[in-house]
Design a binder for this molecule. Sequence first.
Ligand code: ASP
Length: 340
Amino acid sequence: MVAESRFGLIVHGGAGSLQRSMRKDIALRRQILRKSISEGYALLRKGGSSLDAVEASIRVLEDSGIFNAGSGSCTTIEGKVEPDAAVMLGDLSCGAVAGASMVSNPVSLARACMEKTDHVFIAGAEPLRKFARSIGFEIHDLEPNKMRLDQYEEYMKKMGAGELKEWPKNSALLGRYLGQEYGNLDTVGSVAIDADGKVCAGVSTGGRFVKLPGRVGDSPIPGAGLYADSSSGAACATGAGEEIIRVSLCKTVCDFMKNGLDAQAACDASISLLSKVRGVGVAGIIAVDLIGNYGLARNTEMMPVSIRFSYSKKALAVVLPEEYDVIYSEKERNLGKLKM
Ligand code: ASP
C-alpha cells in the first residue's frame, strides 16, 4: 500500500492554444472533466486499480464528443477519423492501437490488446476490426461529428491560402490540400496511482487535424505519448506528436522521476528540455510519482486538467490558462503532506 490513502488521478484535455470558438464550451468542458475525474476517483476509492481508473476516466472523455478522442475525434485530410489510444502499467505491460475507428472507446481496445494478445501495438482499421470482433467488442464505426466536420471544412477552406505552419512538407506534397493551425487539440489522457501504489498511464486521441491517412502520432507510442514504470511513476503527453516522439517525452519524465525528482519537478524539467530543443507552443504533460505527487507542465497556452487525490479536499477542474493558480495554491497546501 502507498502511505496512508495516497491515491488519485490527474486527467488532461489536450494541450494547445485557446481558440475563440472554444470560449462558448468552457462550462461544458469543465463539467465533462469533472465527470471524468469523479468516475476514475470513485473506482480508486473503492480499492480499484489505477488501470480501471484511467480507462474509466478516458471513456468519459471519448464519449463526450467534445474532446479530440473517440466520438469527438478530429479528421484526416480525407475527412475520416483514425483514433489512436494506449495504456501502460508500472510493470511495463502495455497495449496500443492506431486507426481504431471501429469502436466507440479506443482506450478499451488498447487495454484489450494488452490483456488479450501477446503484442504491444496493433495498427490499421482492418486488423483492428478483426481483433475487436474476435474478442466480442461491439463494432461501431466512428464518423466525425458535426463540430469536427465544421472544423474540417474550415481547415479545408484555408488550404488554398498556403498558410500551413505545422505540416510544411505535407503542404508542399499536397499543394492546395492542407491547412493547419496548431490550436484546438483536445486529446485526452490520464495517469493514476492506486491504493496499492500501482501506477498507470492512458491516452486516447483523434490525432491532429488534416493529418495524412495512416499517420500515427506520439499518443500510442510507449516512451513518447505515455510511459509507466514501477521504479519511477507514470506520465502522459499531449501536443505536437511529431515533436513528442523525437524527444521520447514521457520516458524523459519518468527518467527524471527515477533519478529522484518529484512529479512536478520532472514535468518542469522535461518541458524546459523540450522547449530548448524543439521550441515552445509544442506540448504538455501530466505525471504521477510513486509517492502520489502529481505534476503538470506545458509550453502551450493551455492544457485543461482535472485532478483528484486522496489527500486533497476536492476535485479541481481547470480549463482556462488564467485558472492555473488554483492548482498551484492547492499544491502548496498539500506540500507538507507530500514530500517524503
Ligand atoms: N499528441 C497527439 C498527436 O499528435 C495530439 C494531441 O495531443 O493533441 O496525435
